[in-house]
Structures are given as C-alpha cells and as structure tokens.
Design a protein around this ligand. Structure first.
Ligand code: LMR
Length: 332
C-alpha cells in the first residue's frame, strides 16, 4: 500500500513542476539562456561563464543551454517565450522593457550618465535593486544587471554636429526614449530587432544606428557604417531575468547556489566589460574600415544640448526619485 502511495506522490510532484522532482527521477533542471548578442561580447561571455560554473558546481542537477545571436529567440519574441516557459533566462537591454515598466527608461536618457563608472555606481545603488523587482507583477524576476558600454553614433555620412543627423533614419531598440532622442535631432528612429540591423544598414533602409564598440565590431557594422562618432551619449546595460514561477519552483539549495554563481558572473562581466569594449575599439581602429570622428568639448556639448529636452519629456514616467538617484552618481 505504502509503495503505491509514494509512487502516486512522486507522480504528483512531477506534474506539479518537473523541477520539484528529484534529479534522479526527472534528470537535471534545464535552463535555456537566450540572448541576441555575439558570444565575444560582455553578455555573450557572461552567459557562457554562467553555463560553465553551473555545470561544474551543480553537475547532474542543472544543465544550461546558451543560445547567442538570436539563435533561439530574437528581440520581440524572447520575453513572450520567457512568460510561457519556452526559455528560462534572458538578458535583454534595459531599453527593451517599456511594455512592463517605465522606470528602466532612465537608462536610455541621453547624456545622463557621465561615463561607464557612473553607470556601475548606479547599478549598485538600492534604487537599482528596487528596479530589479519592478516587473514582478508580470512574472519577470530580475536576477542582476550586466553592463556593456557607452553607446556611440554611426552613420553612412560623417556626424560632427546634430544638424548632420537631420533627416537620417536610425535603427533603435524598442524604446520610446530613444525614439524621442532621435526626434530631437530631426532624425527618424526605426525600432528594429538587433538581428535585422546589419541588413537594414546594408540596404539603406536605415542610415545610422547606435551601440557600444563590442556590438559594433562583433556585428561587423564597419562594413556598412563608414563613419562612427565618439559621442558616449548613452549606455547599454542589461537585466538578467527569469520567469518568477520557474525560479521559485527550483529547490532552495539549488536556487541559492544558482544565485551565488550569478552574482559571481555579474561581477566578472561588469569588471571586464570596459576592457572588452576597449579591445574592440582597438580592433576597429586597426582595421581601418571605419572613420572614427572625435568631437571637441564644444561639439560634444552641442549634441548634449540638442538631446537634453528628452529628460523633461520622460521624467514623469520614470519618476523623479529614479532620475535624482541616477544623477547623483555622476562625479561633479
Ligand atoms: C541592441 O538591440 O542594440 C542591443 O540591445 C543588443 C544587445 O547587446 O543586447
């Protein structure tokens, strides 16, 4: 009798949540980690390091499958896939959560952060920790922030003054703030999945875009973007997210170890992101394919002045508390 009862209980556990069953019954918990960047980028390296450490320290209990370069899901489909369990971890750009929270828009405000170090300081503040929880009601659980680098502007013509951007179409991430940023220049912003950007630049559907050096080089944009202007006008950072129900169904011991591994990987990604971008900048210069335009302080200030009105436009949605906390991290 007892044997039948324990079999029924095991069967019940398996139906409730595969991850609740013990490893020997149901095999390892599988975490599909999908993202849209190349493996050589800070995020790409972070996902691979997470896989390595998890499969070393939780061998047989957890298996991580990494899908880079939109191989499994691209922009516009990955968050839906997370919601219905077709993928278990993502690390989308903070620009891509508009439909779930408006507070992360603070990261898209042009010229808000003075440099990557300021971004890093902000990501460690309590206000940023709060932002990790800003999508809990949508079953999206923020596990941590990964950084990439400061964004630069590229185009098929030299951009030295804001007027040079007037009338051009720029590919952007799905972000209302970035849309307004290019509108402030008299340009058109085209929201488009990252995976479609190269082809759109090659065909001339769009004439310019913005991204850190690591993405610019890993996507070989220099072949279709002959001019890059060092503006450092924005930041590209990510939130590593999982499905809340999935994550809390993982047995406590295993979940605690996964979160400690993720903290270790976050540290590694954020400590190496700047060097990763510097390496790719040096590769771009050595390659000689793209002309790199350096601005004078006055020219840089002109871009900042042109884009600054965007802050006021979004302060209400973002929240004065978040905006204040972000501005406070800049060195005077
Ligand atoms: C983009 O879409 O430009 C970036 O978010 C790509 C990335 O690094 O995730």
């Amino acid at each position: 009798m007892f044997k039948y009862l324990s079999l029924a209980l095991a069967a019940l556990l398996l139906t409730v949540s595969p991850s609740m069953a013990t490893a020997e019954d149901a095999g390892p918990i599988v975490i599909k980690f999908s993202h849209v960047s190349a493996e050589s980028t800070p995020k790409g390296q972070g996902a691979l390091l997470f896989k390595k450490l998890v499969e070393e320290r939780l061998a047989g209990k957890v298996k991580v499958e990494v899908y880079a370069n939109s191989a499994l899901f691209g922009d516009g489909e990955e968050l839906a896939a997370l919601a219905d369990g077709r993928v278990q971890m993502l690390a989308p750009s903070l620009s891509k959560f508009d439909q779930y929270t408006k507070r992360l828009q603070v990261f898209d405000l042009p010229f808000l952060f003075s440099d990557q170090a300021a971004v890093d300081r902000f990501l460690k503040r309590e206000k940023s920790r709060e932002l990790l929880r800003s999508m809990n009601s949508s079953n999206i659980y923020g596990l941590g922030f990964w950084t990439n680098g400061m964004k630069q502007l590229s185009a098929n013509k030299p951009l030295r003054t804001p007027a040079d951007a007037k009338g051009l179409a720029f590919r952007i991430q799905a972000s209302s703030v970035l849309d307004a940023q290019f509108a402030a220049l008299g340009a058109t912003a085209v929201k488009m999945p990252f995976a479609e950007t190269y082809k759109a630049l090659e065909s001339g559907t769009v004439q310019g875009t913005e991204n850190p050096w690591s993405n610019f080089v890993s996507q070989k944009f220099e072949k279709v973007q002959p001019y890059v202007t060092i503006t450092n006008h924005g930041v590209l950072s990510y939130m590593v997210v999982t499905n809340s129900k999935f994550w809390t169904s993982i047995p406590f011991q295993i979940r605690t170890e996964l979160e400690s591994i993720l903290d270790e990987v976050t540290l590694s990604v954020n400590q190496t992101a700047e060097a990763n971008n510097q390496r790719d900048y040096d590769l771009l210069v050595a390659g000689g394919k793209a002309k790199i335009i350096t601005l004078t302080p006055a020219e840089q200030a002109a871009w900042r002045d042109a884009m600054l009105p965007v802050w006021k436009q979004f302060e209400g949605e973002i929240g004065a508390d978040v905006l204040h906390a972000a501005r406070a991290v800049n060195r005077k």
